[in-house]
Design a protein around this ligand. Structure first.
Ligand code: HEM
Length: 111
């Protein structure tokens, strides 16, 4: 898959593994990578000035949503990226969203 191949070439063979500890050095400090490895906000003197605000908002939304809902990808749904500068999903991401074990809706997350 294009996106996974690209991720591995930048972040290593275990790129798709959930490993938060990959960002912590043996001495306990944070590991920094060159900003050019993550192009969404670009890098250098004209990089996006809203980057930290945007990332903070995304994290706040993710925490709220993950704490209150469960997401399950609909079986058989084809997950395919669109090869482009930004990472989009060709068919969206079809998921079942549940809260307190009650099925609320069948949602299409287009991003
Ligand atoms: C997901 C959200 C965002 C993405 C992906 C994004 C991405 C980008 C990119 C790619 C650039 C061009 C950088 C370059 O020319 O090298 C840019 C510039 C800029 N962004 Fe964002 N941005 C986001 C959110 C925001 C927010 C929330 C703000 C303001 C609160 C903001 C303010 C700006 C400004 C002022 C520039 C121009 C910087 C300059 O030319 O010196 N952006 N952004």
């Amino acid at each position: 898959m294009y996106a996974l191949g690209r991720m591995r070439s930048v972040w290593g063979e275990d790129a798709s593994d959930f490993k938060p500890e990959r960002w912590i050095l043996d001495n306990g400090s944070l590991r920094h990578e060159p900003s050019y490895k993550f192009m969404a906000f670009n890098a250098g003197p004209r990089a996006c000035v809203g980057k930290h605000l945007a990332l903070l908002q995304m994290k706040m939304i993710a925490v709220e949503v993950i704490q209150n809902y469960d997401f399950k990808v609909v079986e058989g749904h084809k997950i395919e990226p669109v090869p482009s500068v930004i990472l989009r999903m060709k068919h969206g991401l079809k998921v079942t969203v549940t809260k307190n074990d009650v099925i609320l809706m069948l949602a299409w997350l287009l991003w």
